[in-house]
Ligand binder design. Sequence first.
Ligand SMILES: Nc1ncnc2c1ncn2[C@@H]1O[C@H](COP(=O)(O)OP(=O)(O)O)[C@@H](O)[C@H]1O
Ligand SMILES: O=C(O)[C@H](O)[C@@H](O)[C@H](O)[C@H](O)COP(=O)(O)O
Length: 183
Amino acid sequence: MTDKIKPVPVVIVMGVCGSGKTTCGKELQRLLDCEYIEGDLLHPKANIDKMSAGVPLVDDDRWSWLKTIRDTIIAHVDRLIDHEPHGRALVVTCSSLRKAYRDILQQVPASKATVTFVYLKGSPELLAERMGNRTNHFMSAMMLQSQLNTLEEPDPTTENVIVADIRPEPKQVAANIFSNLSL
Ligand SMILES: Nc1ncnc2c1ncn2[C@@H]1O[C@H](COP(=O)(O)OP(=O)(O)O)[C@@H](O)[C@H]1O
Ligand SMILES: O=C(O)[C@H](O)[C@@H](O)[C@H](O)[C@H](O)COP(=O)(O)O
């Protein structure tokens, strides 16, 4: 007799640039002791070149990137189901600014994965401060306003999302997320 496959918990850490997706996502990965996909590493070169030149992406730059992230999630989940039937999870970082983007990322068979978004929420002032402190990144602090303009904040009453306050230190942000995840 074969055990019923339990869907893999997929946690997508979202928010504008500087909200801490990479920093807190990695802390969460450590807490969950699981795999990790950095969405920024899946951009086509043209997107990185555009953002590095200080030009924000538009929808047409994003669709194929979002589909690549979704397909990468599906490939990871398939591998986890085959090789790690117990205690598996997956943390993904992706800004996921608009509802239409989140809809693409969730196109994962429900029998294989349950997708939860974690929205890293902070004030524009704190985000600007964090962007100002960050060095060696293709996104300059000037891009923050366009990200805030594009952002459609997820609504916990209609979307499967946990809202996380980004003011605590990264380990604490991750611990707060962890305690709100029903895994
Ligand atoms: N909770 C936090 N407290 C203090 N600094 C943080 C926190 N989260 C992130 N940072 C810092 O803010 C900057 C942006 O974080 P990063 O993880 O690169 O954000 P994102 O991936 O969302 O663009 C980095 O310099 C990082 O070290
Ligand atoms: O760390 C950051 O600064 C962000 O994660 C950044 O890299 C960016 O948000 C996206 O990858 C670009 O795509 P969007 O314009 O769709 O956010």
